[in-house]
Design a protein around this ligand. Structure first.
Ligand code: AMP
Ligand code: ZN
Ligand code: FE
Ligand code: FE
Length: 291
């Protein structure tokens, strides 16, 4: 069984529709697909219809923008009821922060002499519920300012670059509790990826496990082999589920092909068991628990 638990569509900053993603997952030989767009459940219904047609198991999820102390942490929430009021409130606030940031980024780029408007960004982000820097990057590519998303981030959009603007992220400890109350389970995405320091460290991870964190995404393209082994050891010590995934974004991210990293069937089963327990305790569950 091939299981990829972290992917994106045009509902956030991927480049495929949910239907296209599901078909691509089938073609890549996956049996289980986690759909985890940033901060939104928008793609779930379309993906579920496509998955039912091709006989793929869809795991409804989302990648929530959270903050822990001074770190931005991407939290994968699997099988939550997205209408749980506190969780829904935080998602709304995050999405508002995303839409408010785009004009601020455009203003900075214009000040640098770049010919770009909010409408140019809207033209590439389409009806995406969660607009983000990758859409600004796509607009810069469309305008011929840069050649790729990568170049746009490196020159303008990464922290410390002149077009960077921060945005709201929800407090991690609160979101953990909200995901549990929504009948779902939480996994920290690319735990030590794309950061120069190994934060959150083992002690903080232990604290988060006590607050209901269910797992760590260990096998991810942003983790060198040594980091994966260290994280695997921490997960074992804390009885956390170990996941692996592609973090596929269509053509939006290179070297993130569907199924390039996968989750072991036993670990997937443990995740489902924990979600079932959270659902039983809270009385809430995701619409259509599977497929
Ligand atoms: P945002 O959500 O708007 O803060 O933008 C962050 C998103 O941009 C994440 O999904 C990242 O995966 C993506 N991202 C970050 N750096 C790059 C890059 N160099 N090329 C493509 N996507 C990137
Ligand atoms: Zn993304
Ligand atoms: Fe992420
Ligand atoms: Fe992601």
């Amino acid at each position: 069984m091939r299981i990829d638990l972290h992917t994106h569509t045009r509902a956030s900053d991927g480049t495929q529709s949910p239907t296209e993603l599901v078909h691509a997952a089938r073609a890549a030989g996956l049996d289980v697909l986690g759909l985890t767009d940033h901060d939104t459940a928008d793609g779930w219904d379309e993906a579920a219809r496509a998955a039912a047609q091709v006989g793929l198991t869809l795991v409804r999820g989302m990648e929530i923008s959270t903050r822990l102390d001074r770190w931005n942490v991407h939290l994968l929430a699997y099988l939550p009821d997205p209408t749980e009021p506190a969780l829904a409130g935080h998602l709304t606030r995050i999405l508002e922060g995303r839409s408010g940031r785009t004009p601020a980024i455009v203003e900075r780029l214009v000040a640098l002499g770049i010919d770009l408007t909010v409408e140019d960004v809207a033209a590439v982000s389409g009806d995406s519920a969660a607009s983000g820097r990758p859409h600004v990057a796509d607009a810069l590519v469309a305008k011929g300012v840069v050649a790729s998303r990568d170049e746009a981030f490196a020159r303008y959009l990464n922290p410390g670059r002149p077009g960077h603007v921060d945005r709201y992220a929800a407090p991690l400890r609160q979101v953990l509790a909200e995901v549990t109350a929504a009948g779902g389970v939480s996994v920290i995405a690319h735990v030590w990826g794309r950061r120069s320091v190994q934060e959150p460290g083992p002690e903080t991870l232990a604290e988060l496990a006590g607050l209901g964190l269910a797992g760590l995404e260990v096998d991810h393209q942003d983790h060198p082999p040594a980091v994966r082994e260290t994280l695997r050891g921490i997960a074992r010590d804390l009885d956390l589920v170990v996941t692996g995934s592609s973090d596929h974004h269509g053509t939006g991210k290179i070297d993130h092909d569907l199924g390039c990293h996968t989750t072991a069937p036993e670990e997937y089963e443990r995740l489902l068991e924990r979600a079932a327990r959270a659902a039983a305790a809270s009385g809430r569950s995701t619409p259509g628990v599977l497929g």
